[in-house]
Design a protein around this ligand. Structure first.
Ligand SMILES: NC(=O)c1ccc[n+]([C@@H]2O[C@H](COP(=O)([O-])OP(=O)(O)OC[C@H]3O[C@@H](n4cnc5c(N)ncnc54)[C@H](OP(=O)(O)O)[C@@H]3O)[C@@H](O)[C@H]2O)c1
Length: 290
């Protein structure tokens, strides 16, 4: 596994496990629990030590499955990211959400706790004061945000004693600088350069844009042939070759889990990174299917 520095003393793997849809989407789905717990254990055995989740996923059931999946594994070997939903950003709601996530995950601490998305209805000092409290109490090790613009990061940081170390955004070869369904815009021109300059790790979510980047594309097809790698591996390699960027592809298929890990331990040539930097996809496809 390759790592990037989250802080001076803490490294995070460039590829982690996404979990949206594992155990349900907006509602819990209990029908495949046994199989999914096994997959989480197998993913960890393959080398996925960073697991990304949220209280939203499966209305909490995804966290329960992760709690089962990490049972019996040395907790210090696993990095868990979870997120507080944007409707729960009042001070006490953040603390309550975190407490419930800890119970479902059956753990004493969450490694990285994020605000899932900004909520203009709730003053930003409330969730920020709550994040500081959670760090002070030892319930959370590191804090961050998701889907935040540069200005929103600056505004949030003003109320914090601890530093925001992550911004999780929908960045991939297809989304680039587009207005991603009003969640995030100017990722390439503003958010990423700001995070790189100010020591925030950028977690690129949806690295293969839920499969859209696996569709035929002349440049990806050519590079896939040149390196003997799949289009997904090329897309992930391009992402994590960038300063401060890590990613979290989701899969519950062992073949895909192995394939996604195969995006590292080799490098794209500089000229091919530049070619990929300059290609454009049909962005409407990304937004439309969102
Ligand atoms: N912060 C936020 O607001 C936010 C929003 C969305 C997502 N996320 C996080 O980011 C993670 C990743 O995003 P995502 O799950 O939406 O999209 P994704 O990782 O881009 O794509 C997941 C889809 O691609 C398939 N897949 C994965 N690897 C594959 C491979 N090698 N070959 C073929 N198909 C493959 C998966 O199916 P199989 O399971 O069958 O492999 C799944 O259907 C989420 O799970 C979640 O943890 C965060």
């Amino acid at each position: 596994m390759e790592y990037k520095s989250l802080t001076k003393d803490f490294k995070i793997p460039v590829i982690g496990l996404g979990t949206w849809g594992i155990g349900g989407y907006l509602e819990p789905d209990y029908t495949k629990d046994k199989e999914l717990i096994k997959i989480i254990k197998e993913a960890i055995a393959l080398g996925y030590s960073h697991i990304d989740t949220a209280e939203l996923y499966g209305a909490g059931h995804t966290e329960e499955l992760i709690g089962e999946g990490i049972k019996g594994i040395d907790r210090s070997e696993i990095i868990i990211t979870s997120k507080v939903f944007q409707k729960n950003l009042h001070y006490q709601d953040v603390i309550n959400s975190c407490t419930r996530s800890l119970e479902r995950l059956r753990t004493d601490y969450i490694d990285i706790y994020l605000i899932h998305a900004p909520n203009p209805e709730i003053p930003i000092d409330e969730p920020m004061r709550a994040l500081d409290y959670l760090v002070e109490q030892g319930f959370v090790r590191f804090i961050g945000v998701s889907n935040f613009s540069v200005q929103q990061i600056i505004d949030a940081q003003k109320f914090l004693k601890n530093k925001l170390v992550i911004n999780q955004i929908p960045y991939n070869l297809c989304t680039r600088d587009i207005d991603y369904k009003s969640y995030c815009s100017k990722m390439e021109s503003e958010i990423i350069p700001y995070c790189q300059k100010n020591d925030l790790i950028i977690t690129a979510y949806r690295p293969i844009e839920r499969g859209i980047l696996l569709d035929p594309h002349p440049v990806l097809n050519k590079l896939s042939e040149k390196y003997g790698k799949t289009k997904g591996q090329i897309a992930i390699s391009w992402l994590v070759s960038k300063k401060n960027i890590i990613t979290i592809p989701k899969s519950t298929n062992i073949k895909h889990l192995k394939e996604n890990l195969g995006a590292i331990d080799w490098d794209l040539d500089e000229e091919d990174k530049i070619t990929l930097d300059s290609i454009r996809f049909d962005n409407k496809k990304c937004i439309k299917s969102n």
